[in-house]
Design a protein around this ligand. Structure first.
Ligand code: ACO
Length: 316
C-alpha cells in the first residue's frame, strides 16, 4: 500500500469537567487574570480529579474517535498513546486503554513521549506502520494529566497547563483526510530548557523566554520544510492547527506565514497547554465546527520539550 493511502477516519476528544479559571489561580499564587491573558491568551483550563487518570481521558477520547470514524474497537490493531504523564511507569498506559476499550490482543500497543510534539510523532509512526501494510486500523491518542506535574506554588508555570485528551482513528483511504506527509525533529542540546527533574522537586521546570524563542524558530522551520517538500504555498493552507502553548507564539507563526489569524484554530483560552493532547483536541474541535472541508489542506505544527518539533499536512 502506498503511504499516500492512509487517512484520518475520525477524531474525538475528552476534557475533565472541572474548570480552573485565572481568577481562581490568582487566589492560589501571586498572579492576575490580566497578566495571564496578556502574556499567554489563556483564560481557564481543565483539571482532572485525583482518580481521573490519563488512561481514562484517553479512552474517552478514543471512544469518541471510533464512533466518529464508524470503526469498532475490534478492528483496531495498533494503539499509540502520546503522553508524558502515563498512569504509572509501567505497564504502558496504551495497554490500559486497550483493555478498557476491548481492543483485541493481536494489537500492538505502546506509549510514546515526545512531550507537546507527541501527537505528531505518534501520527507519523502510526502512518508508517499502517503504510507498511502490517496494520490496518490505528488509534492515535494524545492524553495528559499535566496537573500532576505542575508545581502549584510556581506562578511561572502553573498558569500554563491543563488536562485533556484527543484521538484520531487512522486507516485505509476512504477518499478524505489523507495524510500527505509529516516531518519530525529533535534538538537534545536544549533538553534543559524544559524538563521534569527526578528530584528534589519532580515538577515542570522551564526557561520560558528561551523556550518561546526556540518555539517560534522551530515551528517556522518545520512549516517551511513541509510546505517546500510538498510544493504547497502558505496561501493554500485553509486551516492551521498549531500546538496550543501561547497565543503570542501562534501570532508569530501567522505573521511568518502571512496568513490571517482566523485560519488558525485557537482554543488555548479554554484549555491552556495540554501538551500531547493539544493538537488532537484542537483538530477535533475544528472538524466539529466545520472548519475543515473536503479538499482543504490543513497544517498541523507542534513544538515541545526535548526540544522536539514537527509538522504534518492533511488533505480533507
Ligand atoms: N503572574 C505574574 N507575573 C509573572 C507570572 C505570573 N503567572 N509568571 C512570571 N511572572 C513575572 C516574572 O517573575 C517576571 O518578573 P520580573 O520581570 O520581575 O523578573 C515577569 O513576569 C516576566 O517574566 P517572563 O518569563 O520574562 O515573561 P514572558 O513574557 O517571557 O512570559 C511565558 C512568560 C508566558 C512563560 C512565556 O515565556 C512563554 O510562553 N514561553 C513559552 C512557554 C511554552 O510554550 N511552554 C510550553 C512548552 S510545551 C511542552 O513541551 C510542555
Amino acid at each position: 500500500m502506498a503511504t499516500t493511502d492512509i487517512c484520518i477516519l475520525g477524531t474525538g476528544a475528552h476534557v475533565p469537567a472541572k474548570v480552573l479559571t485565572n481568577h481562581e489561580l490568582a487566589r492560589m499564587v501571586d498572579t492576575t487574570d490580566e497578566w495571564i491573558v496578556t502574556r499567554t491568551g489563556i483564560r481557564e483550563r481543565r483539571i482532572a480529579s485525583k482518580t481521573e487518570m490519563t488512561s481514562h481521558m484517553a479512552a474517552a477520547a478514543a471512544r469518541a474517535a471510533l464512533a466518529n470514524a464508524g470503526v469498532t474497537a475490534e478492528q483496531i490493531d495498533l494503539v499509540i498513546l502520546a503522553t508524558l504523564t502515563p498512569d504509572q511507569p509501567m505497564p504502558a498506559t496504551a495497554c490500559l486503554v486497550q483493555h478498557e476499550l476491548g481492543v483485541p490482543a493481536g494489537a500492538a500497543c505502546f506509549d510514546l513521549n515526545a512531550a507537546c510534539s507527541g501527537f505528531l510523532y505518534a501520527l507519523d509512526t502510526a502512518w508508517a506502520m499502517l503504510a507498511s501494510g502490517r496494520h490496518q486500523h490505528a488509534l492515535v491518542i494524545g492524553a495528559e494529566k499535566m496537573s500532576s506535574l505542575v508545581d502549584w506554588t510556581d506562578r511561572s508555570t502553573c498558569v500554563l497547563f491543563g488536562d485533556g485528551a484527543g484521538a484520531a482513528v487512522l486507516g485505509p483511504a476512504r477518499g478524505t483526510a489523507q495524510i500527505l506527509g509529516a516531518r519530525l525533529y529533535a534538538e537534545g542540546a536544549h533538553a534543559g530548557l524544559l524538563c521534569v527533574p527526578r528530584s528534589p522537586k519532580p515538577f515542570i521546570q522551564m526557561k520560558g523566554r528561551e523556550v518561546f524563542k526556540n518555539a517560534v524558530r522551530e515551528m517556522e522551520d518545520a512549516v517551511r520544510d513541509i510546505l517546500e517538500q510538498h510544493g504547497v504555498a502558505a496561501s493554500q493552507i485553509a486551516c492551521v492547527v498549531p500546538h496550543q502553548a501561547n497565543r503570542r507564539i501562534i501570532e508569530s507563526l501567522a505573521q511568518y506565514l502571512g496568513l490571517p489569524l482566523e485560519r488558525f484554530v485557537v482554543n488555548l483560552d479554554r484549555y491552556g497547554n495540554t501538551s500531547a493532547a493539544s493538537i488532537p483536541l484542537a483538530l477535533d474541535e475544528a472538524r466539529r465546527a466545520g472548519r475543515v472541508r473536503a479538499g482543504d489542506t490543513t497544517l498541523l505544527v507542534a513544538f515541545g520539550a526535548g526540544l522536539t518539533y514537527g509538522s504534518a499536512l492533511v488533505r480533507w
